[in-house]
Ligand binder design. Structure first.
Ligand code: PXP
Length: 236
């Protein structure tokens, strides 16, 4: 199973001061040095974290694989076709949400998504649709020629009881099998962390996981002691 790192949170921190640091592009390059298989960024309509400069610089500098998360709007599709990531992951987007809240409804948006996939394929970009582990949604994704699906793992990650967690794992396992039978690649993500990944990795045939929050949150703490000591040395 490959692992792509989402660096949106680094851009959120940068933008909170309106300055240049920390730079998500530097974070991506460090992650590549650490062995990550790909970099994920979500270019949102409101540009709350990642901006066009980040996407274009990442395209030039990273040597693994760029996965551009995006809504299927004309503006963002145009940017994607111009930048040329290896993969575009189409997600639903609501302005008020703190983070992507669930999968896209492929069935209800079939014509718009079909057009988006055609445009992206014409620019030689592979497409993934971020969806719930639902067999009808997977059938619809295959029908409109999506290359991958990304299964939303948020319900699994937020499950309170063990029973709920195992029920959702079963759904995901069945969804992966179904998607693979249809020839789709299968990614997964949202809410995966250092605890739940231990159970999640037992599901066979998932090509890649996309993880952001847990890793960036952990990096703050693993790096904090060294950062404080460095400042102490300069001050004293
Ligand atoms: N996959 C998709 C489609 C997402 O929108 C996100 C969150 O940006 C992730 C994966 C990563 O989720 P998390 O930050 O919870 O690891």
């Amino acid at each position: 199973m490959r692992f792509s790192l989402n660096v949106d949170h680094i851009a959120t921190l940068r933008n909170s001061r309106g300055e240049n640091e920390p730079d998500p592009v530097t974070a991506a390059l460090l992650a590549e040095q650490a062995g990550v298989d790909g970099i994920v960024v979500h270019l949102r309509e409101d540009r709350r974290h990642i901006n066009e400069r980040d996407v274009r610089l990442l395209r030039e500098l990273i040597t693994t694989k760029l996965d551009l998360e995006m809504a299927a709007t004309d503006e963002i599709i145009k940017i994607a076709c111009d930048v040329g990531p290896e993969l575009s992951t189409i997600v639903p987007e609501r302005r008020q949400e703190l983070t992507t809240e669930g999968g896209i409804n492929v069935i209800d948006n079939i014509n718009r998504l079909k057009d988006a996939i055609t445009d992206l394929h014409n620019a030689e970009i592979l497409v993934s649709l971020f969806i719930e582990p639902n067999l009808d949604q997977i059938d619809a994704a295959a029908e409109i020629n999506s290359d991958f699906i990304e299964i939303h793992t948020g319900v699994f990650a937020n499950a309170i009881t063990e029973e709920e967690q195992f029920d959702e794992l079963d759904k995901i396992r069945t969804a992966v099998k179904h998607a693979k039978k249809l020839g789709l690649g299968v990614n997964a993500g949202h809410g995966l962390d250092y605890q739940n990944i231990k159970i999640f990795r037992e599901i066979p045939d998932i090509d890649e996981v996309s993880i952001g929050h847990a890793v960036i949150a952990r990096a703050v703490f693993t790096g904090l002691k060294e950062a404080v000591q460095e400042m102490m040395r300069l001050i004293k």
